[in-house]
Design a protein around this ligand. Structure first.
Ligand code: TRP
Length: 327
């Protein structure tokens, strides 16, 4: 069977939250049924900005794999691995760095943005500038056809296509040009209505207990115009309502919608219903997490077998690449 190959990666930045789940993982879980999927944890990429403090990376990698397995990514359906276990990525990165013009990297919008935003970190490093070159190596070493990503990553896939094209031009047609597959994501926000993010301290994590969920949901900012229960609310601007659409049955969603507009249901009650539904939706994920946490040897084994599968493909590509480059 000739399924299209899809590849994506995630930096190990700590526990996964609902923003990560609906922004990427949920889609990956669906894709594994249809495509030949390679998903990996980009631990070398984590070093491009966090090179000073590396003590948590290994733990984050394990934790991330547990999150992935818990949400239903299956090692039987897709290839799950850790970037730094496949040294071939580094070799291809080196070769690609020879042919990548520096101005392509300097005008990369994510580069400019992050340099401006993360002013507390020294990002004037070679590795940080070369971030998209490593990403290109990650992608083309598996000859991926598609790369499911959020909009923020589209420039990197574009640079990958340019690098692949340039390589093929110099050395012969080896790499297909991968397409970005844009993930459709629901508009859920963090507790404070900003983008859900670990660094904003406004996230609900996949591993959260029912009590923690209830507490966090109760802190969620709803329609900012609705101060009292007797004020009619507007579900269209309410983050709690967005969550209801994902986690509650249709009749509850309709009830929240009409009763909120008529000031018949208060935010406290509406949130209680949501917390209960969210809790039960996350229960299977929580249970699987507990299982994998108490069986670290199974997780280690899965990481190894996934790595072996990926390495086979990467090694075969590198044979071709060395031949083409004549090195
Ligand atoms: N840069 C991606 C991110 O920050 C992670 C990543 C690394 C990636 N290599 C990749 C994503 C290859 C897709 C394909 O989210």
């Amino acid at each position: 069977m000739n399924r299209k190959r899809v590849l994506s990666g995630m930096r190990p930045t700590g526990q996964l939250h609902l923003g990560n789940f609906h922004g990427a993982l949920e889609n990956w879980v669906k894709m594994q049924e249809e495509y030949d999927c390679f998903f990996f944890i980009a631990d070398w990429h984590a070093l491009t900005s966090d090179y000073e403090n590396t003590k948590n990376i290994k733990g984050f990698v394990k934790n991330m794999m547990i999150d992935w397995l818990s949400v239903g990514l299956s090692p039987e359906k897709c290839t799950l691995f850790v970037q730094s276990h496949i040294k071939e990525h580094a070799e291809l990165f080196l070769l690609l760095s020879m042919i990548t013009p520096v101005p392509w990297l300097e005008r990369n919008p994510t580069y400019k943005e992050q340099i401006a935003q993360l002013s507390n970190k020294d990002l004037s490093t070679f590795g940080f500038l070369g971030y998209p070159v490593l990403q290109a190596a990650d992608i083309i070493i598996y000859k991926a056809d598609g790369v499911p990503v959020g909009v923020d990553q589209v420039p990197h896939v574009e640079i990958t296509r340019e690098i692949a094209r340039r390589f093929n031009y110099f050395y012969g047609e080896i790499f297909p040009e991968p397409q970005a597959i844009l993930t459709q994501t629901p508009k859920i926000l963090g507790l404070d209505r900003r983008k859900m993010s670990k660094s904003y301290n406004n996230a609900i994590y996949l591993s959260e207990s029912p009590d923690e969920i209830a507490k966090k949901v109760s802190q969620m900012i709803t329609d900012p115009q609705r101060a009292k229960k007797s004020d009619p609310g507007n579900p269209e601007v309410c983050n709690v309502f967005e969550f209801h659409k994902l986690y509650s049955e249709k009749d509850i969603v309709e009830r929240a919608d009409t009763e909120c507009r008529k000031a018949q249901i208060g935010c406290v009650e509406c949130k209680k219903i949501l917390a209960k539904n969210l809790s039960s939706a996350l229960a299977p994920i929580r249970e699987k997490r507990i299982y994998y946490e108490s069986h670290p040897e199974i997780v280690a084994e899965l990481i190894m077998t996934g790595g072996n599968k990926a390495r086979k493909v990467a090694k075969a590509t590198m044979e071709e690449v060395r031949g083409a480059v004549k090195i």
